[in-house]
Design a protein around this ligand. Structure first.
Ligand code: FE
Length: 340
């Protein structure tokens, strides 16, 4: 027979076990994504699996800092960013862990996932040039490099250099053209700016339609979102804007990704993998494409009709991890060029 004391210990540990969060059927996500589609996907996943998804939203740089501070006590299971650069930074800081999944390997093309299994792309977005159709015709446009040509003086609207989309675009240019040429380019664009960089990508379209500049740099999905905005003013503005895919005669248009990685100290690893697998599935990829106008990564899923209406384009095939590797060089180059 057990002694009274021993019984107490057994009973105590059973109670402890039932209250430990370790046994909760959940997954904790730190995400930089800021779209309604993501809420829809969470609801679908929970309905299908019974796994609760808890979300902390923030800028990737802040979420990465938080993961560093929290260390092994972090509740996070997944980090989702809107850019490959930040995922690579998280990987290099030792904040992610390698996972292997046949589903992820078959759903996500190899050039869109980390070679060590630390992160996986969920969607693609192209960084394009948009133009005011009243003033500019597509034959006047050609490459990102051309944005530095003095003929565009006072005509270029673009957001600030602390934005990761711009940092990754410049990182891609450093990879292709070298540091020196890229610095010269950034200086040239600064000279051509229609105003001090401010606002998000949508605000650049608004600027050129309002007569502040003629051309702007934007990620494609912002154009889709404005075209289907609840705000009629946004719909009106975006109708006046044309979409141009730069560098079609050489390396192709710069493409970035939104992606996810399982955190180093994930307590719900199996659920984390299940969630990322779900996000790579046909049903989730269709929602990313149709409702948020991103390019799906899963083969066989079509972009939305609007996105398709811009036509097929040649993508820059630079390995996506290069964007992270050259991130700090890009930030330095922007600083030197005085791109605020
Ligand atoms: Fe965005």
């Amino acid at each position: 027979m057990f002694s009274k004391g021993f019984k107490k210990i057994i009973l105590g540990s059973i109670i402890a076990a039932t209250t430990l969060p370790l046994f909760a059927n959940e997954v904790n996500v730190y995400t930089h994504r800021h779209y309604a589609t993501d809420k829809q996907l969470i609801n679908m996943f929970t309905k299908e699996t019974g796994i609760k998804v808890n979300v902390v939203k923030g800028k990737a740089s802040q979420l990465i800092k938080r993961l560093e501070i929290e260390g092994e006590y972090s509740p996070a299971d997944i980090l989702i960013t809107v850019d490959a650069g930040r995922l690579e930074i998280a990987k290099n800081k030792g904040l992610l862990q390698s996972v292997s999944s046949k589903t992820l390997d078959s759903n996500i093309p190899s050039h869109l996932r980390d070679r060590d299994g630390m992160w996986y792309s969920l969607t693609k977005r192209a960084r394009v040039i948009v133009y005011n159709k009243d003033k500019i015709t597509p034959d006047m446009l050609s490459t990102y490099e051309d944005l530095a040509d003095p003929k565009w003086k006072g005509k270029v609207a673009v957001r600030s250099s602390n934005n990761i989309y711009n940092q990754s675009l410049l990182a891609s240019m450093i990879a292709h053209n070298g540091k020196e040429k890229s610095l010269k380019w950034a200086k040239g664009v600064v000279k051509n700016l229609a105003r001090t960089p401010k606002g998000n990508d949508s605000d650049q379209a608004k600027a050129i339609v309002a007569g502040i500049g003629d051309i702007a740099v934007m990620n494609t999905y912002y154009i889709g979102r404005m075209s289907n905005s609840k705000d009629p003013a946004e719909q009106k503005i975006i109708k006046k804007v044309g979409v141009f895919f730069p560098n079609q005669n050489d390396r192709g248009t710069h493409v970035n990704i939104s992606g996810a990685g399982v955190t180093k100290y994930s307590k719900n690893k199996a659920n984390a993998i299940k969630y990322i697998e779900f996000l790579s599935s046909k049903e989730a990829q269709t929602i990313y494409a149709q409702a948020n106008y991103e390019y799906p990564v899963l083969e066989g899923v079509e972009p939305s009709d609007l996105v398709k209406s811009w036509g097929k384009f040649k993508e820059d095939s630079l390995p996506i991890d290069t964007l992270g590797k050259l991130n700090s060089e890009a930030v330095k180059t922007f600083d030197k060029a005085g791109w605020r």
